[in-house]
Write a protein that binds this ligand. Structure first.
Ligand SMILES: Nc1ncnc2c1ncn2[C@@H]1O[C@H](COP(=O)(O)OP(=O)(O)OP(=O)(O)O)[C@@H](O)[C@H]1O
Ligand SMILES: [Zn+2]
Length: 757
């Protein structure tokens, strides 16, 4: 027998799988989805078995040994990998890379063994103090010394595979056939008629000492089993009486628990969607089925966990956690040990033993689309729900336009929660900043917002301010020559960060030190222009000097734990005014009377067909943080009071209808599908020529496609955007010409979820 092995999954250069002979003693043991150790050139590498077959013309080398005892990639994951290759047009190595978690990746090390210590000379003599040492990267400069030592036989160098994290085990205690003497001992012995962990034994009132004695006597045996790390149910809370709408929602979804169906749970902010999740998960837990809930970040994971944990066992996979902790939770889901797994869109590929429901919370959030814009988490979840024949619930106060549209077509079932649990009042006020200026108010705070915050502080209450723009100012400008510093890698205008005195590229992360001297003309008349969140903070501190003010954005939360701590402090009312970017807008169950929404005008002008939708959702989500347990007011400051997004903040249907209409006219989703084809060459010229040529080919071959571009989109990169009603045949055709570009040394990538227009 032969195996196709995808060698060294995490190395992008190795793009294909290779055939290996399966040694006869491993036949039957090795299965699809297991990792194996194989010879590769003169190295030893780990690879994944992607196929087992009876014939191979290419195989010359044999698999050395298994690396896993059971498959780490199951049938469903293979299906998803296939889906990624076919539908998202992702190269297969990358698809494997996406699906297999980092916690399971390996590293390769060189291990040096000292054979003859006397033969060692400096610097090796002092580097190799122990007899077995792992080679350090910094020792590369001594390569020739190491080579000499090898040829003289003083040292040997081996290659070792280092698994970054491994599955943890722990001891379980079980009775043997040997009956102990005393009555007390016999009680313990009988209690251990099935394997138990020491914690559980102690909890049941037996002593550690007695366990040890019986082990010595041979009445108890010790077994090693996989250690399961989950949050066990605390039973610390009583269940709530559901509202009428919650009851109806639970009932509707419960009816189709054991089949594939999509639901849109559209519930206004604070309508108690989480309670609906809890009820569904509890129902499934009775049927020994698991639930996967996706939310956005550490604080929201924790908020959800605290809500569910009194009733259910919960595991979480948070990209902020350690590899080991992520692996533990991964195994808890995979082995069926836990009721609920809560994770972020990064965890959507986690395998389950018996998945019963998928809930995509905050389904409107852009982070469901991966950074590269190749994978849409909601599409992957739909594929998983279909594969497992289970319901998928999208939950949101502001559903994506696409899902709203699908619901109107009857492709998914709409369930609405229109009332807030506590039926508190909320109020919206849109302030025209042009008028504020006319009335002589030059500050960034409008009179109504200033008054509202002031009142709240006087009442010992809080305020939340959205300022969704990083840095101190969006750019700096030389007032002498007009120069604006841009990124030397991708030409994007650099954002100015005053606290760190740096200029940073919002697109690629490039950064440089800020000098108040113009790089073009040397003048010292360089000034920040426009407003960012750092500046909002400075001005708020000046306006409300006695208030405790905190800021939440990518800068302040770069250190682990700060985000969660700040959210907790705000909930505990240790902060008076919290200023934040979009990270404060979604899902947090705050109890505040005032929300201020600033700096949204530039968002409405973003070059994305999703700009209106994103801005609408962001404002509505932020508004939803007030008026939960107490009445609340949201104040939106804008220069564009006539914009339909702002006009329809209290007319939901109006928003969706106008936006749909606009998209239909401009040929955007959901009416048209988009596909970006991006060429990256050795030069801008080469990329542009290829893009132009492909555009002509497409137009002459497929008259039904609209092709926009080519346009320069990055360094040495040109992009075509295709709009189409149907994408299928185009995909195969492009795949077939792809080899041609490979020969020309041009990389061609496809992006299905590119929204930049
Ligand atoms: N049936 C109920 N009885 C009493 N309190 C409830 C009930 N259901 C939910 N709550 C409480 O109402 C508050 C709001 O619920 P939840 O956070 O689930 O709202 P949500 O719909 O998810 O809002 P958002 O869209 O803003 O995230 C929570 O504090 C929750 O504990
Ligand atoms: Zn850049």
């Amino acid at each position: 027998m032969f195996a196709e092995v995808m060698v060294d999954l995490k190395t992008k250069e190795i793009q294909s799988s290779y055939d290996y002979i399966i040694p006869s003693d491993l036949e039957g043991f090795l299965k699809l989805g297991m990792r194996v150790v194989v010879p590769f050139g003169n190295m030893t590498r780990v690879g994944l078995i992607t196929k087992i077959k009876s014939e191979s013309l290419a195989a010359t080398k044999a698999i050395i040994e298994p690396f896993d005892m059971e498959p780490i990639v199951d049938k469903e994951l293979f299906h998803l990998i296939n889906y990624l290759e076919e539908e998202a047009m992702i190269p297969s190595v990358l698809a494997y890379h996406k699906v297999i978690p980092d916690a399971l990746s390996v590293e390769y090390q060189k291990v040096i063994r000292v054979m003859k210590r006397d033969g060692l000379k400096e610097p090796l003599k002092s580097l190799l103090i122990d007899d077995v040492v792992v080679f350090k990267k910094t020792w590369r400069k001594y390569s020739s010394a190491f080579q000499k030592a090898v040829s003289s036989g003083s040292i040997e160098i081996d290659e070792a595979i280092d698994q970054k994290r491994s599955i943890q085990t722990e001891n379980y205690y079980l009775k043997t056939t040997k009956v102990p003497q005393t009555q007390k001992q016999q009680a313990l012995w009988l209690y251990l008629n099935e394997p138990k962990r020491i914690e559980d034994i102690l909890d049941s009132g037996y002593s550690k000492q007695m366990v040890q004695t019986l082990v010595k006597m041979g009445s108890i045996s010790i077994q090693k089993q996989e250690k399961m790390v989950v949050f066990k149910p605390t039973y610390a809370e009583d269940s709530k009486a559901l509202t009428r709408e919650q009851k109806e929602a639970v009932l509707a979804i419960k009816e189709s628990l054991l089949k594939y169906e999509r639901f849109l749970l559209k519930g206004v902010s604070a309508s108690g969607k989480t309670e609906v999740f809890l009820q569904l998960c509890m129902e499934l837990s009775k049927k020994r089925k698991q639930a996967m809930i996706i939310t956005l970040d550490t604080a929201l994971i924790e908020q959800l966990r605290l809500y569910l944990n009194p009733f259910l066992s919960v595991a979480v996979i948070d990209p902020e956690d350690t590899l080991q902790s992520r692996l533990d939770s991964y195994r808890a889901a995979q082995t069926g040990y836990v009721d609920v797994l809560i994770t972020t869109p990064s965890g959507i590929f986690t395998p389950f033993k018996s998945l019963g429901i998928i809930i995509a919370d905050e389904a409107q959030d852009p982070s469901y689309i991966d950074y590269a814009k190749t994978i849409h988490g909601l599409d992957m979840l739909q594929e998983r729900a279909r594969y497992n024949n289970i319901p998928l619930v999208y939950a949101s106060a502001t559903p994506p336009v696409q899902l709203y549209y699908d619901a109107t077509l009857g492709k998914l079932r709409l369930i609405e929660l229109n009332e807030k649990v506590y039926q508190t009042k909320d109020q919206l006020q849109i302030v025209d900043m042009k008028k504020e200026l006319e009335n002589g108010n030059l500050s960034m705070l409008s009179k109504p917002l200033y008054d509202a915050i002031n009142r709240s502080l006087k009442d010992n209450k809080q305020a939340l301010i959205l300022a969704n723009r990083n840095g101190f100012a969006p750019y700096v400008l030389c007032r002498s020559c007009g120069h604006v510093p841009t990124c030397e890698r991708c030409d994007t205008t650099l954002t100015y960060f005053e606290n760190k005195r740096r200029l940073k590229c919002p697109h690629c992360g490039y950064q440089m030190k800020y000098e108040p001297k113009c790089m073009a003309c040397g003048s010292d008349k360089v000034r920040p222009v426009g407003m960012g969140i750092e500046q909002v903070e400075v001005q708020m501190k000046r306006t409300f000097p006695l208030a405790k003010i905190a800021r939440l954005d990518s800068e302040t939360t770069s250190k682990k734990g700060v985000y969660q701590a700040t959210i907790n402090a705000f909930k505990a009312k240790k902060i008076d005014i919290l200023i934040g970017t979009q990270m404060i807008s979604k899902g947090h169950d705050f109890d505040i009377p005032v929300v201020g929404i600033l700096l949204i005008d530039s968002m409405l002008k973003a070059p994305s067909y999703l700009a209106n939708e994103r801005c609408y959702q962001l404002i509505k989500q932020t508004m939803g943080r007030a008026g939960r347990k107490q009445a609340g007011v949201s104040i939106v400051q804008t220069y564009q009071t006539d914009h339909f997004v702002l006009k329809s903040l209290e007319d939901e249907i109006g928003f969706y209808e106008q936006e749909l209409n606009r998209r239909q006219i401009a040929h955007y989703p959901p009416y048209y599908q988009l596909l970006s084809i991006v060429f990256k060459g050795n030069s801008l010229d080469q990329a542009e020529r290829a893009a132009t040529k492909l555009k002509q080919q497409i137009i002459s071959r497929y008259s039904q496609y609209e092709v926009v571009g080519p346009s320069e989109s990055d360094i040495k990169t040109f992009k075509l955007m295709i709009k189409t009603g149907k994408r299928q045949d185009l995909k195969h055709w492009i795949q077939s010409i792809k080899q041609y570009y490979d020969k020309e040394n041009l990389s061609v990538r496809f992006y299905r979820y590119d929204d930049i227009v």
